[in-house]
Ligand binder design. Structure first.
Ligand code: ADP
Ligand code: LRH
Length: 498
């Protein structure tokens, strides 16, 4: 076969990346050609995504990929879930996309539960309750800008918007549609009845296509630059779906869990079917995956805590790389201070060190001095590890899976402290990498769209063949100390419903 050249656009909440992926029939090789910062932009009372800057960066990256490869077979975009734009009948943007951390959804979940019981919403959607979900964002939109919602002709999720700008096609890809809490699992379609009961319009919901669907070729002036016959493929457009697709593990393994570790930590299992009965009480999500799989997981606040602390310290004139922060953590006393990493206080951007210190005080934990960065970083890492253990134990008990191994993928797989700590705290083998599992998964699903791969098994075989990982074995010498910290943590911070 002739070599395939794929451009992979992976937009994360902290950074965006464009990769050139080469497939020679045996291996997939990724090369990063463009990287740029991303994050919330505060304007007046709200938080937005800078979607025009992102578009410019995407185009720059695609140009670089094309230059490097000489030609492209296809392009696929994935982004974070839940966020969307509204378009008018000309396909023009009606406003800026809100960032899911915007406060406009505060208190809305509770208002919704008064109208439709949470059990009914969960039975329909199988999605964990989080204020960031599209469902609550649409209700906030309706409350604040009712004319926009009524007059919008199309709603597109973020990756679909980029696909539309590239190909002219307005469609929604399934893995991301399921993250909205507006998708009905029993009906396999948008949950129109649920939305109607909540008084939300449904006329603008797009047609949904399977992951790996070719949408058409690049249109307009871009076709001249990137190539007339370059296919735009809706791969697995939800970044977590792509990350899980790209993990070098067998299909639906009963002994393995994963953590997609970036801005968020998505902690869970791949299952062949959703777990609706027990998922609701434990607030696990059942997001739709590739080839009929389910991502049974919980969102943990993740490395957002470290990102925001780093940003605050930088604004205060103290800049650190992530490696430097990990080295600093080594100086701090072990398990000295613990907090609930999923406290809703940590969701919006802001002075994260002050908020964590406030929470430590509120739970009778020693409060480190403001300049004691080591102790704060250590508290974040220890608390994340202990929360991961709680979620993994609960996932295993709900599903009856006997876990042996945890795969950690994403930027956070570079955090040696989290990798070794998780192995020591759980007794499980941790396999770290690939760092760019999301881009790998995106590329694998583009290969599905190009007809090169046909099944979950083929996807995972190629993922395993194309990946270098690092293994962290549990050190039994630390287990007793972790167990003691875990007992303290679970007493202070049991897993609760929002
Ligand atoms: P997203 O896709 O959400 O933007 P990434 O998957 O890129 O996130 O992961 C970003 C996170 O990876 C950072 O917040 C940081 O904690 C971690 N990270 C990045 N580089 C390093 C590094 N060199 N060492 C340890 N951790 C790192
Ligand atoms: C991770 C992620 C996660 C969603 C959140 C909005 O990037 O897509 O799966 O819950 O962002």
């Amino acid at each position: 076969m002739s070599e395939r050249y794929l451009a992979v656009v992976d937009l994360g909440a902290e950074s965006g990346r464009v990769h050139l992926a080469r497939y020679d029939g045996q291996r997939l090789a990724l090369e990063e050609v463009h990287r740029f910062a991303n994050g919330p932009v505060a304007l007046q009372r709200h938080l937005y995504w800078n979607v025009l800057a992102l578009w410019q960066e995407v185009i720059s990256g695609l140009r670089k990929a094309r230059r490097l490869a000489g030609r492209l077979d296809s392009i696929g975009v994935d982004t974070w879930g839940v966020d969307y734009v509204l378009l008018d009948d000309q396909g023009l943007l009606l406003g800026l996309p809100f960032h899911y951390r915007d406060r406009r959804t505060e208190g809305l979940m509770e208002e919704v539960f008064a109208r439709v019981p949470r059990e009914e919403i969960y039975a329909q959607t199988g999605i964990q309750f989080m204020p960031i979900n599209t469902l609550y964002q649409l209700l906030a939109h309706q409350r604040e800008q009712p004319h926009l919602l009524e007059n919008a002709t199309h709603l597109l999720l973020m990756p679909d918007l980029f696909h539309y700008w590239l190909s002219g096609e307005r469609l929604c890809e399934y893995t991301n549609a399921t993250t909205t809490q507006c998708w009905s699992v029993p009906h396999g379609s948008w949950a129109r009845d649920l939305l109607a009961r909540l008084g939300l319009p449904t006329h603008f919901l797009p047609q949904v296509v399977a992951p790996g669907t070719p949408l058409g070729t690049v249109q307009g002036e871009l076709a001249e630059e990137l190539g007339e016959d370059v296919q735009v493929i809706a791969s697995a457009t939800h970044d977590t779906a792509a990350a899980v697709a790209g993990i070098p593990m067998p299909a639906n393994p009963r002994d393995r869990a994963y953590i997609s570790s970036g801005t968020w930590s998505l902690v869970g299992l791949e299952l062949p079917q959703p777990q609706i009965a027990q998922g609701c009480a434990s607030n696990f999500t059942n997001e739709g995956g590739i080839f009929g799989t389910v991502r049974f997981l919980r969102n943990v606040m993740g490395l957002w805590l470290l990102q925001e602390c780093r940003r605050s310290w930088q604004e205060g004139g103290r800049s650190f790389t992530y490696e430097q922060l990990l080295t600093l953590a080594e100086e701090a006393p072990a398990w000295a201070v613990l907090f609930d990493p999923d406290h809703p206080l940590f969701l919006p951007p802001g002075d994260m060190p002050a908020r964590i210190r406030q929470q430590l005080g509120a739970h009778g934990q020693p409060v480190p001095a403001a300049e004691d960065i080591s102790t704060l970083v250590r508290a974040i890492l220890d608390s994340l590890i202990l929360r991961y253990r709680q979620v993994l134990e609960l996932a295993a008990s709900i599903t009856g899976c006997a876990l042996q191994t945890v795969h950690i993928v994403g930027g956070g797989a570079q955090n040696r402290w989290l990798n070794q700590g998780l192995a020591d705290a759980t007794g499980l083998t941790v396999i770290a990498g690939p760092i760019e599992a999301t881009a790998q998964g995106n590329a694998l699903l583009q290969l599905v769209g190009l007809g090169e791969l046909r099944s979950l098994e083929e996807v995972r075989t190629l993922a395993a063949r194309s990946t270098i990982t690092q293994t962290f074995l549990p050190d039994p010498g630390w287990r007793a100390a972790w167990d003691e910290a875990y007992a303290r943590f679970t007493t202070l911070f049991p897993l609760t419903l929002p």
